[in-house]
Design a protein around this ligand. Structure first.
Ligand code: UTP
Length: 225
């Protein structure tokens, strides 16, 4: 039985305030093919709701970062419920609220959201991976590769196929800002590096590519180790 830990970007599940129903249907179809021989742990991000609702609170004068983080956590948990419900009977009926205490279930797919203020769902996925002894976290976002610059803004952005943890740290920095967009949050980088994990960055919108990865075939994406 192979375990897969996914940090599934809110940018994939809910790119705007709303639901990517096409993605959810295709994701269910994909995971259903593999649940006989694999188990999936999916930590879902907050997406547009997290960002827009945090922005609204900031504009109303809230500047306590913990309070802003709780708004983000609520968005991640709502998105986790959307993924869980759309997966139907292959998924455990409760979402993961704490990655160190998984719900007891014989189901093959577990879905969860954020945990505590101060980090992102990437960190939650890394804690979960450590907890179950998985050595890889798959980060599903809306980019094909990590690049040296934002590929949506710079045509000359250079994609990385392989990176070391120190290269990624240089790119993401060390400071935590609620709702700030980074490929992988700095605390998650530090934990993954310490635990000698690798993180694979794939485009969650390209489920054919994710299928290749699950099958152990060659895929498009960045490996950080
Ligand atoms: P995300 O993990 O979704 O962060 O959490 P993100 O960088 O916006 O990633 P994507 O692209 O949507 O997947 C959204 C916000 O929720 C809070 C943080 O403020 C984060 O920016 N959060 C999330 C926490 O404080 N703790 C958690 O465990 C998870």
């Amino acid at each position: 039985m192979k375990n897969f830990v996914f940090s599934l970007g809110g940018s994939v599940v809910a790119p705007a305030v709303g639901v990517n129903v096409k993605f959810l249907a295709a994701f269910k179809k994909l995971l259903s093919k593999f649940v006989r021989r694999s188990r999936f742990y999916i930590i879902v991000g907050g997406g547009a709701a997290a960002r827009q609702y945090q922005k609204a609170m900031k504009e109303s004068g809230v500047n306590n970062t913990d309070e802003l983080d709780w708004i983000g956590i609520a968005a991640t948990r709502l998105n986790a419920e959307l993924v869980r419900v759309s997966l139907g009977k292959i998924a455990c009926p409760q979402i993961i609220l704490d990655p160190t205490k998984l719900p007891k279930s014989k189901k093959q797919v577990f879905v969860g959201g954020g945990w505590k203020p101060g980090w992102s769902t990437d960190y939650v996925a890394a804690v979960l991976a450590k907890n179950i002894g998985a050595k890889t976290v798959v980060n599903l976002s809306n980019i094909d590769y990590i690049c040296d610059k934002d590929p949506k803004k710079f045509a000359d952005a250079k994609p990385f196929k392989k990176m070391r943890w120190s290269d990624l740290r240089d790119l993401v920095g060390e400071k935590w800002v609620p709702g700030f967009h980074l490929p992988f949050d700095p605390k998650a980088c530090a934990l993954a590096k310490k635990e000698k994990m690798s993180v694979i960055f794939l485009n969650g919108n390209n489920l054919n590519n994710l299928k290749k990865f699950i099958e152990g075939k060659s895929f498009i994406g960045t490996i950080v180790e």
